[in-house]
Design a protein around this ligand. Sequence first.
Ligand code: HEC
Length: 289
Amino acid sequence: MNLNCKVLIVSVIVVLFGSCSDTTNSQDSQSSVSSESVNEGLTLVKNNCYVCHNPNTKSHDDIIAPPLIAVKKRYLMAYPSQDEFVREMTHWITEPKEDLALMRGAVERFKVMPKLAISKEDAQKIAQYIFENEVEAPAWFAEHEKQQHGGDAGQGRGKGMGNGHGHAGQGGGRSNAWMSDIALVDGKKWESDDITMEHIENLKQIIADNKVRDDEAAFKGLAKKMTKELDLLFSDCTMEGPDHDALHKYLVSLINKKDMLAEVDSQEKGRKIVARIQEQLNDYERFFQ
Ligand code: HEC
């Protein structure tokens, strides 16, 4: 049975279970972080998510969706605050949309997560639970993370699993494939010239300055400012050889995101893309020195 079949069957099961659990949806007081609400959160996760995000899989080849711990880590990178994390994850659970997915590599491998039959209240409880509690990791996960994602704890990748969602050899994530394309050899960073560093800092500043407004017009304006800065970066660049090639791959990916930003048709998409651009800019120092 191929993967899509599996996902389809599982989706059907989920819809069935999902609609059952809806009827038992309780409305207890939301504020308490009692062990009761923790238990409720865990039960909801087990009933609604584990069927695909299963922590008891035997290996990375065995899975039909990324483990929940990987999802959590990816979300924490993009949404470090509890408010954002819970809001965005709740939204995703009730309305998964391919073009808003952060885990591009996973979308390519598994197809986008199907829409579940789940109430917004339950989705919110689940997101809250995932943020506040440690989620169970499959036994193979730590080793996989080390292999696929560098295993270079000393390299300032403190946020964990930040890179390589492309999972080289699986078609690569459209958004983060650059990370596996320019993977560090023996943890040694690529050499960057100072002026390029400076332009990267300017780009970060441009994004930061834009925080006050984030409607569609602002996204287009932002893309334009980035284009200018990137043009300067190109004309100033003195790098050569493999370091230059690595920079080139990094920039192609950044420019793709910038081009997507110029064409967004909703605030939501714009915000997601800005978050990804910001992330990639912050990652520069992890790959270049
Ligand atoms: C029918 C299978 C299935 C079920 C059930 C399921 N997921 Fe997913 N989920 C996936 C797949 C496949 C992906 C990876 C592709 C993607 O990101 O859309 C994914 C990805 C995600 C992502 C990352 C989205 C992104 O930005 O890329 C989140 C968050 C998530 N799932 C949360 C949940 C939660 C919470 C539950 C339980 C309420 C759940 N999922 C139930 C299949 C499922």
